[in-house]
Design a protein around this ligand. Structure first.
Ligand SMILES: C[S@@+](CC[C@H](N)C(=O)[O-])C[C@H]1O[C@@H](n2cnc3c(N)ncnc32)[C@H](O)[C@@H]1O
Length: 247
């Protein structure tokens, strides 16, 4: 069964995908919407707390805005904050992000551990993008923020990469649109490929859980089944949505 968190204005809160850094609302609103989503995730046992360093987050946001080449993105400021905060709270040592396009979604996760907004140290944070030119651009973007290489982008099929990844995966972020086949249905293929490396307590994030819920039906049925995941909440902070699940 779906457990849902909704911001009161999730349907009217809209961005211009080609102007992603424009402020859409007072920061107080954005902070409160994300805080309410985080409280819901704590209430469902998915996160251990709601506190995160907002100054570090805003430093991260400014660095992305000034250094990344982003042709378009559907990641709203609220979603960027929610993803960054979940990573800042959960602190994955290893994180995989599947279908990262130009790298904006990947860095919204990885930016909690690398670059000017880093609040903890990670081991290996990998963005996976199947189109080589996009993977190269994402890697160029990420290198500007993280010269260390802890966060890196590989050109690969996320299903194959996840199947062969040799370490525990503390956080898995899903955003691939399944080039050449199953569309967003590929989320479940990637999750299954990663499954035995996801420890108990691992977090799985799935973008587009609201606007593409139909094509994600099999995935959403799986993560909302208590035999598979300890808990799962659909966070409608905006019209795209983020399904947040804990194994
Ligand atoms: C819709 S984009 C994600 C954009 C992101 N939501 C944003 O707003 O910035 C999905 C990306 O997944 C990639 N992709 C599709 N299938 C993939 C797969 N099997 N493995 C890795 N990447 C894949 C596509 O090439 C595309 O760049």
């Amino acid at each position: 069964m779906e457990q849902r968190f909704e911001a009161p204005d999730w349907q009217s809160y809209r961005m211009d995908m080609r102007d992603p850094h424009r402020q859409l609302e007072p920061l107080d609103n954005e902070r409160e919407v994300v805080a309410a989503a985080l409280r819901e995730l704590v209430g469902r046992g998915i996160l251990a707390g709601t506190d995160y360093d907002e100054a570090a987050f805003l430093g991260f946001r400014a660095a992305v805005a000034s250094s990344f080449e982003i042709p378009w993105t559907a990641i709203t400021p609220r979603m960027q904050r929610l993803i960054w905060a979940i990573n800042a709270i959960h602190r994955p040592r290893q994180m995989l992000a599947a279908g990262v396009f130009c790298g904006n979604t990947f860095v919204s996760n990885a930016g909690a551990a690398v670059g000017p907004g880093a609040v903890y140290s990670a081991e290996d944070l990998v963005g996976i993008e199947i189109v080589p030119e996009e993977a190269a651009r994402a890697e160029r973007n990420v290198r500007k923020l993280d010269p260390s290489g802890t966060a890196r982008v590989v050109a690969a099929d996320a299903v194959a990469f996840a199947a062969g990844y040799p370490h525990p995966i503390d956080l898995l972020y899903l955003d691939a649109d399944g080039a050449g086949g199953r569309g967003k249905g590929v989320y479940l293929d990637i999750l299954e490929a990663a499954w035995d490396r996801l420890p108990e307590g691992a977090i799985v994030l799935a973008h587009n859980s609201v606007n593409l819920a139909d094509s994600l039906r099999h995935y959403l049925d799986f993560v909302r089944d208590p035999r598979n995941m300890a808990a799962s909440v659909n966070c409608a902070v905006d019209g795209e949505g983020l399904e947040v699940s804990r194994k």
